[in-house]
Design a binder for this molecule. Structure first.
Ligand SMILES: Nc1ncnc2c1ncn2[C@@H]1O[C@H](COP(=O)(O)OP(=O)(O)OP(=O)(O)O)[C@@H](O)[C@H]1O
Ligand SMILES: [Mg+2]
Length: 241
């Protein structure tokens, strides 16, 4: 982390709970979660399938409301905010890479990125080309999602999340369907962006990726099982899987 970068995108959760369903069918996706991620940190969230990782990202990003507890993101208290105000906050401050990409099928790769810059009034439309090049897709800018592989769609989704220059990037399995070489390119981009001060919270099934984190959060059964601070995160190139 450079000392000149403005460190952004801190996260604070206290006693956060979120359930789905009612009665016998109730699933406690998050149970009393406390979490601190300092501004400018790159945090990795590990944990088995169903342990609450995606739910955690969704409540931090304001996509879903928590049932109870306190959530503070990038210096802003989300608790008790009206839905409209939450989406305004999200557009201005948070970039999201979804587990299942959520690209718009009728728009090309470039247009998927440009439309976010336009809708949010943030970011520079012209930056779409630059970001597509950064994720190794300069020559696929005019392809539609259906013409792209899963890994290519995922890279477009990352470029889209960065076009608004968010304070915090929430990324759900951003290297999930990538081979090691392409995965490293993505991790390098995430680490470079993080070193410019952007906070990153990345979910992964790949424990090796945790080596590049400042903070490793392990979830189990909707709870934070452990949090480990790492003083010397490794460079993205040194992550092996
Ligand atoms: N919309 C929903 N309705 C009902 N249950 C849900 C919903 N979303 C998630 N759940 C349940 O909440 C729990 C946590 O889900 P979540 O998606 O957060 O897990 P995850 O750790 O991201 O898993 P994975 O690694 O498979 O993506 C699971 O038991 C899941 O079935
Ligand atoms: Mg998930």
């Amino acid at each position: 982390m450079t000392t000149t970068a403005k460190l952004r995108g801190g996260v604070l959760l206290r006693g956060v709970g979120k359930s789905y369903g009612t009665g016998d069918a109730t699933v406690h996706a998050l149970r009393d979660v406390d979490l601190d991620v300092e501004p400018g940190e790159l945090a990795v969230v590990l944990g088995p399938s169903g342990s609450g990782k995606t739910t955690l990202l969704n409540v931090i990003g304001g996509i879903e409301a928590a049932d109870h507890g306190r959530i503070r993101v990038a210096g802003r208290e989300l608790t008790g905010q009206a839905p409209g105000s939450l989406s305004g906050f999200r557009r201005r401050h948070v970039g999201f890479v979804f587990q299942f990409f959520n690209l718009i099928a009728t728009l090309t790769a470039r247009e998927n990125i440009e439309v976010v810059a336009e809708l949010t009034g943030r970011g520079d439309r012209g930056r779409a080309s630059e970001l597509l090049a950064a994720v190794g897709l300069a020559d696929r800018a005019d392809a539609f999602p259906a013409q792209l592989s899963g890994g290519e769609q995922q890279r477009v989704a990352l470029a889209r999340a960065l076009v608004t220059d968010p304070d915090l990037l929430l990324a759900d399995e951003p290297t999930g369907s990538l081979d090691m070489a392409t995965g490293r390119t993505i991790l390098r981009l995430l680490q470079d962006t993080n070193r410019e001060g952007l906070g990153v919270l990345m979910v992964t099934h790949n424990a090796a990726v945790a080596a590049m984190a400042h903070r490793v959060v392990t979830m189990r059964d909707g709870r934070v099982q452990s949090v480990v601070r790492q003083e010397a995160p490794v460079d993205a190139e040194r992550v092996n899987w």
